[in-house]
Design a protein around this ligand. Structure first.
Ligand SMILES: Cc1c2[nH]c(c1CCC(=O)O)Cc1[nH]c(c(CCC(=O)O)c1C)Cc1[nH]c(c(CCC(=O)O)c1C)Cc1[nH]c(c(C)c1CCC(=O)O)C2
Length: 355
């Protein structure tokens, strides 16, 4: 089933006619929908208040706290969608991988995966491992009403980059060494991660998420040939696994200008674009039949209202001929961003595109 159809045999959901889901389905919208990657979290004082003293990964296992943090940016910015508060490494932690999120650093893995024996760290993810996700999504959909909740997961390549490197990297030399040097081990690692990722997304959708985003944040490190040969089929496996639900599937990465066509081909209904490629050019690279999401440079939010509005207008002008456009940043909200600048940006897009 494509994302254009209401799920067969199920009543239309409360969120079905929301501007966000309509734009994902490339239907006419009353205004361009807006949400911001990383809208929940460190830019918001109310986040710091409720998170005080609670480690990041622990916060992800407390349903009421998850619901509160997810709702904070919706209340404040009046965005058109919520994104589930969690992290891409949560499913790995849930199956027992020894890892932590270090403040100011990111995910750090105690025993990096470098050999076939290390793969034993990755068992299948079951719904029981993440019952707190089911509970939190249930709380959220009840609270959100007609506002869609976006579920998400890390794509196999981006998860593998943390698991093989042992932490954040700029060059991914260990991950790429495995990809080039031991393609069979690499393929098995990505295949296992695809199953874990698919299971994580299914739990979110079955609990009520209206759309899902697959974050392949670091795929931009790859050439198109390497992406096609060594990564694409694992991401396609994830998209295929959730295709039957009929919820829009968004695919996003940073610095992926050369990969946009392939990332669409992997099975996305919506392709996320960073700020390096204008949306009209991105649409040419992606081809027909997909909506686009993006692509406001998050650093522009530090430049003052006038510049923000000029740059937002440029994004909207480039998107004018698209079949479906979801306004977003080209990457996540930066921690020092003034939240009021985000509220004003959401309002500007709504007003400027009101039809
Ligand atoms: C690569 C990646 C990660 N996590 C994620 C990605 C893909 C998105 C992207 O490309 O930005 C995804 C993610 N992580 C988080 C969300 C929350 C939902 C939202 O977008 O609002 C989402 C969607 C919460 C978080 N994830 C993290 C925080 C900060 C934790 C804190 O408050 O200390 C939050 C709110 C930690 C994290 N987790 C990760 C990083 C790089 C960091 C930042 C490390 C740092 O600079 O301190 C891994």
């Amino acid at each position: 089933m494509s994302a254009n159809e209401s799920p067969a045999g199920r009543p239309p959901t409360a969120t079905y006619d929301s501007p966000f889901l309509k734009a994902c389905r490339r239907e006419p919208v009353p205004h361009t929908p807006v949400w911001f990657m990383r809208q929940a979290g460190r830019s918001l004082p109310e986040y710091h208040k409720v998170r005080a003293g609670i480690p990041m990964l622990e916060s992800c296992t407390r349903p009421e706290l998850v619901a509160e943090i997810t709702l904070q940016p919706v209340r404040r910015h009046h965005v058109d969608a919520a994104i589930y508060y969690s992290d891409i490494v949560v499913p790995l932690k849930a199956i027992g991988v020894d890892l932590d999120i270090k403040p100011g650093v990111g995910p750090v893995v105690e025993k990096p995966i470098r050999t076939r024996a290390d793969l034993a760290q990755l068992r299948d993810l079951t719904p029981e491992d993440i019952s707190y996700v089911t509970e939190a999504v249930g709380l959220l959909t009840a609270e959100l009403g007609a506002t869609p909740l976006i579920g998400f997961a890390g794509a196999p390549f981006t998860l593998a980059s943390y698991l093989v490197e042992g932490g954040p990297s700029r060059t991914y030399e260990n991950a790429k060494a495995m990809m080039y040097g031991d393609p069979e081990l690499w393929a098995d690692l990505l295949d296992r991660l695809a199953d874990i990722t698919a299971a994580f997304l299914k739990v979110q959708i079955e609990a009520g998420a209206s759309a899902v985003q697959l974050f392949d944040s670091w795929a931009g490190a790859l050439s198109p040939a390497d992406y096609r040969r060594s990564v694409m089929s694992a991401s396609a496996k994830v998209f295929d696994a959730v295709a039957g639900y009929g919820v829009p599937r968004i695919h996003f990465g940073v610095g992926t200008g050369e990969l946009l066509g392939l990332m669409g081909e992997a099975g996305a209904d919506v392709v996320g674009v960073d700020w390096r490629v204008p949306l009209d050019e991105a649409a040419r690279r992606i081809g027909p039949g997909k909506a686009l999401q993006g692509n406001f440079d998050p650093t522009v939010l530090f430049a003052g209202t006038e510049v923000v509005e000029t740059k937002a207008r440029e994004v909207l002008d480039a998107a004018a001929g698209l079949e479906g456009h979801v306004f977003n940043l080209g990457h996540g909200v930066m921690p020092k961003t003034d939240p009021d600048a985000l509220t004003r940006l959401a309002e500007y897009v709504h007003t400027r595109t009101a039809r």
